[in-house]
Design a protein around this ligand. Structure first.
Ligand code: PAF
Length: 275
């Protein structure tokens, strides 16, 4: 596995062979590694590039950009074990040599709801860096985790609307034995919080149970979930039942998904489950 820091060197090393791509912000866990394995398999063993770049553009000023864990050496060892061929780990000066004035702004109906509502500008930051990384890596296929459900949807739409020649694959969420969705931010949790963190997926499951039990008052289902988390000391941003296709209001017969985001102590966790 080669670790490359410059765009020019990456382009030279990759040549013209088709490649798969897994963009990350590092501090990797099993969820990222399963995306690398999935990309490798989908490329029939062809080369896979993983990028590691903590993208300032997608962090609000009060968020954890400065403290986000940078663990390059450990990440590279894990990536090598997962069969990754190239790691692209640019510095900020390499990726943003001048302030990134050109940006990719996704449509409000998809990007200003849920995560985008609570993290204004987040999806513009994500789309801008992903579009730029696609231009640099020029992958035929790229893998993103379903844990960031809305992000995956926003990127799929960008690729479709911009006619980018890349196939997007979505990897299932990897969970701990007890059901906690793996996330780089889980590292911020204390031991007690780690156990409590399971309440987020349990509350999403309770929402599903009410819907599948025949209840159709979506506002009541969502309000009960918010209250359950508040009662346990959480500060939830949203707990919602939506259509899988476009995250619109649920309609009978359409495949649905429950999504939630909530702060436990100082750590913001997100999760979702498809019905
Ligand atoms: O999901 C992430 O880790 C990031 O949002 C991504 C896609 C690597 C863009 O910085």
């Amino acid at each position: 596995m080669k670790v490359i820091h410059s765009i020019a060197e990456l382009r030279q090393a990759l040549g013209s062979s088709p490649r798969g791509f897994v963009p990350t912000m590092g501090n990797l866990h099993e969820g990222h590694l399963s995306l690398v394995r999935q990309a490798k398999e989908s490329m029939n063993g062809g080369p896979v590039v993983a990028s590691i770049f903590v993208n300032r553009l997608q962090f609000a000023p009060h968020e954890d950009f400065d403290t986000y864990p940078r663990t390059l050496e450990r990440d590279c060892a894990l990536l090598e074990g997962a069969g990754c061929d190239f790691v692209f780990a640019p510095s900020e000066a390499e990726l943003y040599p001048e302030p990134q004035g050109y940006k990719v702004t996704p449509p409000t109906e998809l990007a200003d709801i849920l995560e985008g509502h609570f993290r204004p500008g987040f999806f513009t930051g994500v789309c801008t860096v992903v579009h730029k990384l696609f231009n640099i890596v020029q992958p035929t296929l790229a893998a993103f985790g379903k844990k960031d459900y809305q992000q995956l949807m926003v990127i799929r739409r960008m690729v479709a609307q911009m006619a980018l020649p890349v196939q997007i694959i979505g990897g299932e969420t990897t969970r701990s034995e007890l059901g906690l969705a793996l996330s780089s931010r889980n590292g911020y949790l204390s031991e007690a919080e780690r156990a409590e963190a399971l309440r987020l997926s349990r509350t999403l499951k309770a929402m599903i149970a009410r819907w599948q039990g025949g209840e159709r008052d979506v506002a009541a289902i969502e309000a009960a979930a918010l209250q359950a988390l508040r009662d346990a000391g959480w500060a939830p941003d949203y707990m919602v039942l939506r259509r899988q296709r476009d995250l619109g209001e649920p309609v009978e017969g359409a495949p649905l998904v429950v999504l939630g985001a909530a702060r436990l102590g100082t750590t913001r966790l997100i999760d979702n489950l498809e019905l």
